[in-house]
Design a binder for this molecule. Sequence first.
Ligand code: HOZ
Length: 429
Amino acid sequence: MNFEKSRELFAEASKVLPGGVNSPVRAFRGVGGNPLFIERGEGAYVYDADGNRFIDYVLSWGPLILGHAHPDIVEAITAQAKLGSSFGAPTALETEMAHLLIKALPSMEMVRLVSSGTEATMSALRVARGYTGRNKILKFSGCYHGHADFLLVHAGSGVATLGLPDSPGVTPANSADTLVAEYNDLDGVEAVFKANPDQIAAVIVEPVAGNMGLVLPKEGFLQGLREITQREGAVLIFDEVMNGFRIGGVSGSQGHFGIKPDMTTLGKVIGGGLPVGAYGGSYEIMKHVAPLGTVYQAGTLSGNPLAMAAGIAVLKKLMEPGFYEGIEVKAARLEAGMVAACKESPVPVYFKRIGTKFGLFFTDHEVTDYPSAKTADTKAYARFFWGLIERGVYFAPSQFEAGFLSSAHTEEQIDLTLQAVRESFAALA
Ligand code: HOZ
């Protein structure tokens, strides 16, 4: 495969963009080599600048649950673009989106629409602090909730990929109120609450962690968080930016696990590939958001009409009868093939799938938290990644990211992927 054009584009980009990219994991530092510059996507395929075609399991890091350039989304965006792209004034589209989200996730009675997942999580936490009158928050090691200063503490995603310490530029004062426990460790959570009585405003968690690779909650972990936060008067925030509508169908991971959080953050899927985010909760909490209340949060592009049009089109598709049954069949096929391939692999691989998310770690450990995720052999992952690329399959360029499936993936594409996976595993011998 020839990557000459991508190499040239990366060299040019590196002169004017830090590391040649606008988001660190894209730079391929987690797997070495040059990033592929993508020119276009269609269904489950992406095409790079050299004309190479790949079956895509990154899907813009999750949003594209319908695949690339889905006709309904293209039509919705085109129609809205003709009417105008931004007004900085209310539109009926925002209300329609809010209704769809509230219908899907009954834990929310009110929603605020923003422009990114980062904005959603940092705003939700501000509201939780305003609501409780407390300052501290608890997050989990290896979970990533965007790049707000106070959340770049033991963060996953690019921070994990690059093996960075907590980021320079974040002042000690900024992170002083961020407490950290290990994912899946309820005793640790209890200990943090005991050490900080009546001081913790919120616990924020990715119900299924996806930014240290895919890590599932142990039986009882999320329920335990619900009970502890209720007892302690802290707000439980489910960060569904990545999980939202990929686990538990349109009921989200909160529906899948049967837990009602106090607040929810959303992004990715609900924008159909356009920049979007949302946070919401009960009226009791959301009445604190300005201008209804005094907790300030604003944005010129909040509830942007193009993003709303795309997101509404996606949500309507997801709500069509049979959508999730169809995609589940494909996800189960991928899982069965991956599990079989892992068994045959000459090196140990730990694989999990839930809904339309999956992840694998090159380790013989069970992966339940960030320390166990870090036992994974990142060099093996890098070789595996490039083995897949050579075979026309595009997985995340980092061991510490999840994979995603879309409704556009066909059984034939999944079988070709599995063949590529088996061959790339074998090449690791
Ligand atoms: N933080 C994103 C993955 N969890 C990566 C975003 C990107 O590079 O586009």
